[in-house]
Design a protein. Structure first.
Lengths: 112, 112
């Protein structure tokens, strides 16, 4: 079955630096991925998504890269701000279960 | 356009009781999924409803059930509550499966 995991549980960066959060997935049949941001006491907030027919997708200050060869996703946040401090999850769409399978999450801490 | 609304936000129940949580999806969205989030297990899929039909269910005991109404609002019920059911229960709505899934703020359930 699908499993989606994250390489690092906590990432600490300086304000203004770029952040890179990584995610690995095991099910090569997954064709859709989403990155979510979750702040304390809130539900996951949709950030950006990507389909498997793409390698890269850009949003406002965020870029998602997909490497299907090594089954790896990354989320890049440019000019990280204190408001970016949160837990970030990647999720892969499991076609069989019709559900998202989530990674364990990476906590991003932005140091002033 | 209103987001996903979950009620109540917080609940405290006693072991053995039952509880019903409610989710109103984004207008026009017909797919509603439920997830349980705990520190130990992360985000786990409970079940998914589309047009009043449960299309898939995660690996949870039969004490966890749900339903969806004709207006796409969904409820989930947990009977015979156990201490381990304490968690943040999240609802997500999608217009079409395998597309953007938007989450509500969640219901924080505490079983004592």
């Amino acid at each position: 079955g699908e499993s989606v995991g994250l390489h690092l549980p906590t990432l600490s960066v300086q304000e203004g630096d770029n952040s890179i959060i990584n995610c690995a997935y095991s099910n090569s049949a997954s064709d859709y991925f989403i990155w979510y941001k979750q702040e304390s006491g809130k539900g996951p907030q949709f950030i950006i998504d990507i389909r498997s027919n793409m390698d890269k997708r850009q949003g406002q200050r965020v870029t998602v890269l997909l490497n299907k060869t090594v089954k790896h996703l990354s989320l890049q946040i440019a000019a990280t701000q204190p408001g970016d401090s949160a837990v970030y999850f990647c999720a892969g769409w499991d076609t069989g279960r019709r559900a998202l399978t989530f990674g364990s999450g990476t906590r991003l801490q932005v140091q002033p | 356009k209103a987001g996903v609304t979950q009620t109540p936000r917080y609940l405290i129940k006693t072991r053995g009781q039952q509880v019903t949580l409610s989710c109103s999806p984004i207008s026009g969205h017909r797919s509603v999924s439920w997830y349980q989030q705990t520190p130990g297990q992360g985000l786990q899929f409970l079940f998914e409803y589309f047009s009043e039909t449960q299309r898939n269910k995660g690996n949870f005991p039969g004490r966890f059930s749900g339903r969806q109404f004709s207006n796409s609002r969904s409820e989930m019920n947990v009977s015979t509550l156990e201490l381990g059911d304490s968690a943040l229960y999240l609802c997500a709505s999608s217009g079409t499966e395998g597309t953007e899934a938007f989450f509500g703020q969640g219901t924080r359930l505490t079983v004592v």
